[in-house]
Design a binder for this molecule. Sequence first.
Ligand SMILES: C[S@@+](CC[C@H](N)C(=O)[O-])C[C@H]1O[C@@H](n2cnc3c(N)ncnc32)[C@H](O)[C@@H]1O
Length: 271
Amino acid sequence: MSIQIKDEIKAYYGGIAKSVTEASKSSCGCSASCCGEVSNESFLYSEEFLKGVPMEAVNASLGCANPLVLANLQKGETVLDLGSGGGIDVLIASKYVGETGRVIGLDMTDEMLELAHANLKKSGVQNVRFVKGYIEDIPLESETVDVVTSNCVINLSEDKEQALKEAYRVLKNGGRFAIADIVQLKPVSDDIMQNVQMWVGCISGALEIQAYKALLEKVGFKSVEITPVNIYTKEIVRQIADDKKLGDIYSQMDENMLDGAFAGAHVKAYK
Ligand SMILES: C[S@@+](CC[C@H](N)C(=O)[O-])C[C@H]1O[C@@H](n2cnc3c(N)ncnc32)[C@H](O)[C@@H]1O
């Protein structure tokens, strides 16, 4: 990943994490969304998943779908969440793997790790740890993980093949890759794809479904299934732009080209 893009992403997500942390310190009790920074997608999770998870972790959610509906987590399993952010999926996963299982959240952004640690403390959960590092260079031994989860992160990587290779390496044989990510459903112009601010906003780095499938198969994954679950209509894209204060950039773009071009998708595969 180039230093410039990596630093842009860190600064962007670091800023979001800081605003969520500040909001919870000032007991504003509001979500990242109502603080005007991000579109909070907590509607992605049904009550069953959110039960027992601290509100601060739910409010810090930046995902694009719920990867845990795919993961079929079992007691005693080891889970790795790539780009764990404020920790929502890690804390949900910890309930399903129980005391005999463990969940590791990996993220490169200091402020996100700080927020995740604060959320972990509030949750009182014991089977979780958060680790600093890059998804393209996972600081774990090979074949030590039963399930890799992730939510709206792979699309941010400039070296997706390396990130997927690393996920494959750390999975045990037969292990599951069960993630949510943004995919591209139709072509868009170069200026949309190349815009760094959209990139950090989870869209411009999205792969088309066939390319995503091919990349997963190239690094060794089997039985790959990619299913769009939340389609980004132009109304939704406009709302995201407004929430992220990127309205000026979006208004220079062809709305019809953006309409339905991207979706939050479930991505499942096996080692
Ligand atoms: C869109 S947020 C998603 C956070 C979380 N998964 C969720 O659903 O709320 C992306 C997260 O991935 C992290 N991230 C992005 N690129 C990364 C990379 N190459 N290595 C590690 N973490 C990364 C960011 O710091 C940020 O916390």
